[in-house]
Write a protein that binds this ligand. Structure first.
Ligand SMILES: NC(=O)C1=CN([C@@H]2O[C@H](COP(=O)(O)OP(=O)(O)OC[C@H]3O[C@@H](n4cnc5c(N)ncnc54)[C@H](O)[C@@H]3O)[C@@H](O)[C@H]2O)C=CC1
Ligand SMILES: CC(C)CC(=O)C(=O)O
Ligand SMILES: [Mg+2]
Length: 350
């Protein structure tokens, strides 16, 4: 009986996680769920955004399903010492799980081109996988400080860190169209120079069947939305990947359509890429599709149950076709959309 640790967190996290769990219970009744605290609500309840009890629960987990963390801009959480803030709890969770590769698919399913603000001929068939390095760069480096009118953070990578995430990107590309674009800022940053050198060397040594090119992050920010079909797999460092993937959410039409899987040393972590959306939290209108599709990624990557994952993804596409959520200009709210997905799972294929 696989054990799934759920961490609903803050804001819309509990709303979208409840929807994802409902769908998982339907396709995989043998799963055992154990809910724990993370983020701002964990700080309020236990004085720690990543409490020891949550940490302990991960030890025998087969997979972790996360909602979102963080409060609105005026939240008292934002005045806490940085290690006590909700976002620090999430970073500590990722580190504890050793999830160094964050897979963020950007797909426009057939028949859903109309949800994209892009011209249909640009949106049609888009299928990009962004592989974001998740445990390094400015988010984690301890060489950081704010002192009076001076502050700094450090973007640092080592060859082993670059190679392990690049390997994940090459592995994914082998099962796709065989193309990897490595994204950096090597014209300005030494850390990007190392990144580019190491990704190229690994490709030349071990992945000669993969077509690898290198592009600058500023140019990719333009091209990913103006010519998305040029990309198959994108691999990039932590901060660039965070920003590019939110930008890429424009392609399917909403952040609410962007799931993710974070893989690495042990149990995988599965979470929507969006934040806690304080502007809509508690209203019952959050789009749960990203969380539900993250649950599908949990089944595929965490439990090796691809059939069940495909069933969920197909049902989400059918539900979106029938009635999109508010963020996509439709009328469905969290509950009606989740019910539509559950109903579509019983619909015969074809
Ligand atoms: N993985 C995580 O838990 C993340 C947490 N955050 C945190 O979330 C909080 C809010 O951050 P924001 O910058 O406002 O980003 P956000 O992603 O929470 O929201 C950006 C915009 O997208 C909308 N949105 C996001 N997800 C949606 C969904 N499922 N359905 C419908 N609309 C959706 C929101 O309503 C908002 O207008 C902050 O405290 C931030 O630090 C931000 C990003 C990731
Ligand atoms: C720590 C998170 C708030 C960073 C983020 O925006 C993300 O992982 O998508
Ligand atoms: Mg982000």
């Amino acid at each position: 009986m696989p054990k799934i640790v759920t961490l609903p967190g803050d804001g819309i996290g509990p709303e979208v996680t409840a929807a994802a769990v409902e769908v998982l219970r339907e396709v995989a009744p043998d799963l055992q769920f154990e809910e724990h605290a993370i983020g701002g609500m964990a700080y309020d309840a236990h004085g720690d955004p990543f409490p020891q009890r949550t940490r302990d629960a991960l030890l025998d987990a087969d997979a972790v399903l996360l909602g979102t963390v963080g409060g609105p801009q005026n939240s008292p959480w934002n005045s806490l010492p940085r290690p006590m803030r909700p976002e620090s709890g999430l970073l500590a969770l990722r580190k504890a799980l050793g999830c160094y590769a964050n897979l963020r698919p950007v797909r426009v399913q057939p028949g859903l081109e109309h949800l994209s603000p892009l011209k249909p001929e640009l949106a049609r068939g888009v299928d990009i996988l962004i592989v974001r390095e998740l445990l390094g760069g400015v988010y984690f480096d301890q060489d950081r400080k704010i002192d009076g009118d001076t502050a700094y953070n450090t973007m640092r990578y080592t060859t082993p860190e670059v190679e392990r995430v690049a390997r994940m990107a090459f592995w994914a590309a082998e099962q796709r169209k065989g193309r990897v674009t490595s994204v950096d800022k090597a014209n300005v940053l030494e850390v990007s120079e190392l990144w580019r050198r190491d990704v190229q060397a690994l490709r030349d040594r071990e992945y000669r069947s993969i077509h690898l090119n290198h592009e600058y992050v500023d140019s990719v920010a333009m091209l990913i939305v103006s010519d998305p079909s040029r990309y198959d797999v994108i691999v990039t460092e932590n901060l660039f990947g965070d920003i590019l993937s939110d930008l890429a959410a424009v392609i399917p039409g909403s952040l609410g359509l962007m799931p993710s899987a974070s893989l690495g040393d042990g149990a995988g972590l599965f979470e929507p890429i969006h934040g806690s959306a304080p502007d809509i939290a508690g209203k019952g209108i959050a789009n749960p599709a990203a969380a539900i599709m993250s649950a599908a990624m949990l089944l595929r990557h965490g439990l090796k149950r691809s059939d069940a994952a495909n069933q969920i993804e197909r049902a989400v596409a059918l539900a979106l076709r029938a009635e999109p959520t508010r963020d996509l200009g439709g009328k469905a709210d969290t509950k009606t959309f989740t019910n539509a997905v559950l109903e579509a799972m019983g619909t015969p294929v074809g």
